[in-house]
Design a protein around this ligand. Structure first.
Ligand code: 2NL
Length: 360
C-alpha cells in the first residue's frame, strides 16, 4: 500500500467516524482546507517534472475527489439523522381540542325585539323605525300632550340647545313619534298595522330606570276598530311571548293624553320558588299601557276621526326581557359586562320563530 492509499484509508475512516457536523468539519479543514494534508499534496504537483506530474496528478486529484465525495455523503447522512431526531422529538398532537373561537352573543334586548317582530308579523304587523332625535311636534304636540304636561319639563326630557326660528329638538321620550310619522306617510286613506321598537330617553336614573331604555309601541288604524280588537291582540301577543296558555288579562281604566279611553293592562302571575312568573293568578302585574287612539291624534296623523279608528299600546322591552328571562337588575343591561352577556345572551344563529318556539 502506497502512502497515498494509506492517507485515503485514514481520511475515509475519519470521515465515517465523525459523530456530528462539527467533527466532520474538522476533518474537512484538516484535509481540504488551506493548510490541509490533501491541499498540501496538490501543491507539490507544481515542483514535479512533467512525467512525474502525469503519474501523480491523477492519483492526487483522485484522492481529493474521493475525500470530497465522502464528506458530502457523510454530511447528507448527518443532516438526515438530525432531521429524524427533531421529527421524533417535536411531536404535534393533532387530537388535542382546538382553542375556542371567541363568539359573541345576542343581547337579550335584541332577542326580545326579534321575538316581538316575529310574533306581530304573524298578526300582520310591520316593523316601523324612525329618528331618535325628534322635534317637539312629533314627540308631544301631535300626541295631544299639552304644553303644561310634566313630561315636557326640562327635568324629564333631554332637550338640545334651542336655535332661533327652529323647532325645539329633543331625544324622543317614547316611540310614538315613529307612529305619527307612519300615519302621515300613509296619507290618511289606508289601514295601518305597525309595531315601533327602539331606544327612548328620559332624564331618570335609579335601580329601575336608566336614562336610555327600550320601548315597543303598537298601532292599528282602520275602520270599525274597537277595544275588543285591542284586548284580543294583546292577549294573543302575551300568550305567544310568554309561551303559556294560562295568561289572564285585566284592563284597568287609566289616562294617557293620546288615547281615549285608556287602559292599563295587568297580567296574572304565579309565585314559583319565591319568584314572580307570568301566568296563573296569584296576583296582578302591570305590563302594558293601551287605549283607543284619541281623535285629536288621529287627526294629527292626517286621518278623519269620524271615519277611522284605532288602538295603540306601549310597553318597556327591557322589562319584558326581565320578566321572561329572569334578570332582576335593569342597570346590568347596559354595563357591557362580558360575564353578564355570556350568561344572558343568546346564540347568534338561534333566530326566534313561532314554529320553533320564540323563546330560543
Ligand atoms: C306605556 C303606555 C302607551 C300609546 C302608548 C300611542 C301612540 C300613538 C297614538 C296613541 Cl301614535 N297612542 N301609544 C298608547 C297608550 C299607551 O304606552 O305605559 N308605555 C310604556
Amino acid at each position: 500500500m502506497t502512502d497515498l492509499d494509506q492517507m485515503r484509508d485514514n481520511l475515509l475512516a475519519a470521515i465515517e467516524a465523525s459523530g456530528g457536523l462539527d467533527a466532520l468539519e474538522t476533518v474537512r479543514v484538516g484535509a481540504l482546507g488551506k493548510q490541509g494534508t490533501v491541499t498540501g499534496l496538490l501543491k507539490t504537483l507544481g515542483g514535479m517534472s512533467p512525467e512525474q506530474r502525469l503519474v501523480e496528478g491523477p492519483r492526487i486529484q483522485g484522492l481529493r475527489e474521493a475525500v470530497t465525495t465522502a464528506i458530502a455523503e457523510k454530511k447528507a447522512a448527518l443532516d438526515r439523522a438530525d432531521l429524524d431526531a427533531r421529527l421524533a422529538r417535536e411531536t404535534l398532537d393533532m387530537t388535542l381540542p382546538a382553542d375556542g373561537i371567541g363568539m359573541g352573543s345576542v343581547h337579550p334586548v335584541s332577542q326580545v325585539m326579534d321575538e316581538l317582530a316575529e310574533i306581530f308579523a304573524d298578526l300582520g304587523f310591520a316593523v316601523a323605525t324612525g329618528p331618535e332625535i325628534e322635534d317637539d311636534w312629533h314627540n308631544f304636540t301631535a300626541l295631544n300632550i299639552p304644553e303644561t304636561h310634566p313630561a315636557r319639563a326640562m327635568h324629564d326630557t333631554f332637550y338640545f340647545p334651542e336655535r332661533e326660528g327652529e323647532q325645539k329638538m329633543l331625544l324622543r321620550t317614547h316611540t310614538s313619534p315613529v307612529q305619527i310619522r307612519a300615519m302621515k306617510a300613509a296619507g290618511g286613506n289606508k289601514p295601518i298595522r305597525i309595531i315601533a321598537p327602539g331606544r327612548t330617553y328620559r332624564s331618570d336614573s335609579d335601580a329601575t330606570h336608566t336614562p336610555m331604555f327600550h320601548q315597543v309601541e303598537g298601532l292599528v288604524i282602520d275602520k270599525g276598530i274597537t277595544l275588543g280588537h285591542l284586548k284580543w291582540t294583546l292577549e294573543t301577543f302575551l300568550k305567544a311571548f310568554f309561551e303559556r296558555d294560562d295568561i289572564v288579562l285585566r284592563l284597568r281604566p287609566s289616562y294617557f293624553p293620546f288615547t281615549e279611553p285608556s287602559a292599563e293592562v295587568d297580567v296574572g302571575f304565579s309565585i314559583v320558588n319565591g319568584k314572580r312568573v307570568i301566568g296563573g293568578s296569584d296576583g296582578w302585574m302591570e305590563v302594558l299601557g293601551s287605549g283607543m287612539v284619541h281623535r285629536k291624534v288621529i287627526e294629527a296623523g292626517g286621518y278623519d276621526p269620524d271615519e277611522w279608528q284605532g288602538f295603540a299600546f306601549g310597553c318597556g322591552i327591557d322589562r319584558l326581557a326581565m320578566l321572561k328571562y329572569g334578570m332582576d337588575d335593569l342597570r346590568a343591561f347596559f354595563d357591557g359586562d362580558i360575564r353578564w352577556l355570556k350568561h344572558y345572551g343568546f346564540a347568534a344563529l338561534d333566530v326566534p320563530t313561532l314554529s320553533g318556539g320564540v323563546g330560543a
